[in-house]
Design a protein around this ligand. Structure first.
Ligand code: FEO
Length: 172
């Protein structure tokens, strides 16, 4: 059984994962309209992964006798200043998510909820991968700078860069 404190903290994480999915969906739609096919494919997939992160939490909360609450979400920005600022936002967002996951892990230890602590280890390693991928993408964009041909190739390459591993690893 979840303590009310842990249930509330997990539901806050549900909000964050749902917001992540929504933000990446808005970014994907913008990229598609701007003609960045590879980037939009990548972001649509990333949005799906975040929804899966949210679902996994909701199911866990419910299984442990709590109630996973589906939140109301704010509308994310519809427009972005360019692909570099967009991916900087992705990186900043993932760093924020990692820090929130770490706080959750800390709460579990303080509350001696080792089951939830164990469950959260999946999120800890997922965040390491997501942050590393976002950093790799930003490094590439810094190299390319404002070069239009570089942006074209980057967009093409991003289709082949695996989206964050997410659910793909589940059950393996
Ligand atoms: Fe599920 Fe990228 O945070």
């Amino acid at each position: 059984m979840l303590s009310p404190k842990i249930e509330t903290a997990l539901n806050q994480q549900v909000v964050l994962e749902a917001e992540s999915s929504q933000i990446y969906l808005a970014m994907a739609s913008w990229a598609e309209v701007e003609g960045y096919e590879g980037i939009s494919n990548f972001l649509f997939k990333h949005s799906d992964e975040e929804r899966m992160h949210m679902l996994k939490l909701v199911k866990f909360i419910n299984e442990r006798g709590g109630h996973g609450i589906i939140p109301k979400l704010a509308q994310p920005p519809a427009k972005y200043k360019g692909i570099k600022p967009l991916f900087q936002m992705v990186l900043d967002h993932e760093i924020h998510v990692s820090s929130e996951i770490n706080k959750l892990v800390d709460i579990c230890l303080k509350e001696k909820d080792y089951t939830t602590h164990n469950f959260l280890q999946w999120y800890v390693s997922e965040q390491i991968e997501e942050e590393a991928l976002a950093r790799k993408i930003m490094d590439k964009l810094k190299l390319i700078g404002d070069d239009k041909a570089g942006h074209y190739l980057f967009d093409r390459d991003l289709s082949s860069i695996a989206a964050p591993a997410g659910g793909g690893k589940e059950g393996k």
